[in-house]
Write a protein that binds this ligand. Structure first.
Ligand code: G1P
Length: 288
């Protein structure tokens, strides 16, 4: 039951970042000097994932180019002895043949995007990573989860506590703690109003799913926001299989919104001594 495949839904329009995302996929927005999607792909590869599956859409070719060789740029960097930059652009390219692209041709929701990968995933458990959720941690979240999955052998979602008034921005779970960091779920609800939320434990964009999810998604039932939701499909899956919530270690940045994205940039920049030297005095200055 090794997790070998990871699905990256990257077909979203990124309207919250317009006009920046008019011609640029939102997953290509950089945190310091690396696009969001690269953080997510590196996390997956670090966790032992062997096959990357991008569910893309129109206008996302920059993503494909980013993970491809760029002969012209490589030659220029080599001829100018820019070894560091050369390494930065060549080391990010996974071995050819390990990335597969499939398309979601209508924006019908996250559950639908995942369903678009059904034939590539096949009949095995797989991971899903949402690049918008960037987590700064000693150990990548997916590695933390896969370690638990090896023993628990069931679907799992990363969870964290959010402010009770924010439940309508997330999938919300409830359940009971069964071991350190792990909750056995008894309910999942997509974006409930605070008064209706079963808890304030929110799903963050890291999932391990068993393949039975695909037949449920294939029914194409619409839920919150009139979209096909992965949370709803998992709620049906829960009737026949256990599902676990994993309280991950690390700090999550919601890079799907502008404030979270800026916070991520500051946090990741402060880890780089050459940037911190200039950034810290500046931050102190503007804070006053
Ligand atoms: C999606 C999921 C939601 C989850 C969230 C995590 O929502 O539908 O359950 O909590 O990602 O970021 P979205 O942010 O796409 O609206």
């Amino acid at each position: 039951m090794k997790i070998k495949k990871a699905v990256f839904p990257v077909a979203g329009l990124g309207t919250r970042f317009l006009p920046a995302t008019k011609a640029l996929p939102k997953e290509m927005l950089p945190v310091v000097d690396k696009p969001l999607i690269q953080y997510a792909v590196e996390e997956a590869l670090n966790a032992g994932i062997e096959q990357i599956i991008f569910v893309t859409g129109r206008g996302k070719t920059a993503l494909e180019d980013h993970f491809d060789k760029s002969f012209e740029l490589e030659n220029i960097l080599l001829s100018k002895n820019k070894d560091h930059d050369f390494k930065a652009i060549t080391s990010l390219v996974p071995e050819t043949g390990t990335i597969i692209y499939t398309r979601q041709n209508e924006p019908l929701g996250l559950g639908h995007a995942i369903w678009c990968a059904r034939d590539v995933v096949g009949d095995e458990p797989f991971a899903v990573l949402l690049a918008d959720d960037l987590v700064k941690s000693d150990r990548p979240v997916l590695s933390q989860m896969i370690q638990r999955f090896c023993r628990l052998r069931a679907s799992m979602v990363a969870v964290m506590e959010v402010a009770p008034e924010e439940t309508d921005k997330y999938g919300i779970i409830s359940g009971k703690d069964i071991e350190d960091h792990v909750i056995q779920l008894d309910a999942l609800v997509e974006k409930p109003k605070p008064a209706e939320a079963p808890s304030n434990l929110a799903i963050i964009g890291r999932y391990i799913l068993t393949p039975e999810i695909f037949s449920i998604l294939g029914e194409k039932k619409k839920g919150a926001g009139n979209e096909i939701q992965i949370t709803d499909a998992m709620s049906i899956l829960l009737q026949s299989q256990p599902i676990f919530g994993y309280r991950f270690e690390g700090r999550r940045f919601d890079c799907g919104n502008k404030a979270g994205f800026q916070m991520a940039n500051v946090a990741f920049a402060m880890d780089r001594p050459e940037i911190k030297d200039k950034l810290l005095p500046f931050l102190k200055e503007i804070i006053g």
